[in-house]
Design a protein around this ligand. Structure first.
Ligand code: PGA
Length: 248
């Protein structure tokens, strides 16, 4: 079973999301699970139309406390209440590892995810029956200094400490490949995904993410060790996303 996850990031209003689903048509396939990750405000409005197409709903983030004085945050019970089945954790954009920092580095622990906050989020999600998709991956500097495996191993070890990994999906997302058009070469993506599987053998699936497009999806998904994709930009174009699902 392959998993194709479309991360819409901060794109598409509820109305635009509904139009996307109409244009996508019927992509339901027995051997592929498809999930879409709209913004929080689109989750409830898209629930019915997504369900009718056998598309699962996912959230892009969560706060680990169930309720309380945490202005601006959304909890796992709230996500479960609107039918969310998956949630991204530790995306490089929410870890603050992508591009130029717009805040002081000293403030990072307050505003960005760490391996420890990823772990807390996954605990909260699992307690509410939601499958976490934990994103891991190295920056360009880490890759060039030969630290790819060490970076990922640390993210997995600290992020998944005490977590039932059989209920978790991991996505290999090399930071330098996200939103840049620089896809990781498919054999290298496969190699790192197999490394992840060897570190955490029980995980449900290992996805590749980073500039997945209709033109490279088939080659990536054919790699041993890659169980699907986490797709950003290309998941916003119905025809492109449909072709990626077709390639799975
Ligand atoms: P991209 O994003 O496909 O636009 O590179 C992938 C992701 O951030 O998950």
């Amino acid at each position: 079973m392959k998993l194709i996850a479309g991360n819409w990031k901060m794109n598409l209003t509820p109305e635009e999301g509904l139009a996307f689903l109409s244009a996508l048509g019927n992509v339901s396939r027995q051997d592929v699970t498809v999930a879409l990750f709209p913004s929080f405000v689109s989750l409830a409005p898209l629930r019915e139309a997504a369900g009718a197409r056998n598309i699962r709903l996912g959230a892009q983030d969560v706060f680990w406390k169930p309720s309380g004085a945490f202005t601006g945050s959304v909890s796992a019970p709230m996500l479960a209440a609107v039918g969310v089945e998956y949630c991204i954790v530790g995306h490089s954009e929410t870890r603050g590892r992508f591009g130029k920092l717009e805040i002081e580095a000293s403030q990072l622990p307050y505003f960005s995810e760490t391996n420890e906050t990823c772990r807390l989020k996954m605990e909260a999600l699992l307690a509410n029956g939601i499958t976490p998709i934990l994103c891991v991956g190295e920056t360009l500097a880490e890759r060039e200094s030969g630290a790819t495996e060490a970076t990922i191993a640390k993210q997995l070890k600290e992020g998944l400490a005490g977590i039932d990994t059989s209920k978790v999906v991991v996505a290999y997302e090399p930071v330098w490949a996200i939103g840049t058009g620089n896809t990781c070469a498919s054999d290298e993506a496969g190699r790192v995904c197999r490394f992840i599987r060897s570190e955490v053998p029980q995980v449900k699936a290992v996805l590749y993410g980073g500039s997945v497009k209709a033109s490279n999806a088939a080659e990536l998904f054919a790699q041993d060790g890659i169980d699907g994709g986490l797709v950003g930009g290309a998941s916003l174009v119905p025809d492109e996303f449909a072709r990626i699902i077709e390639s799975a």
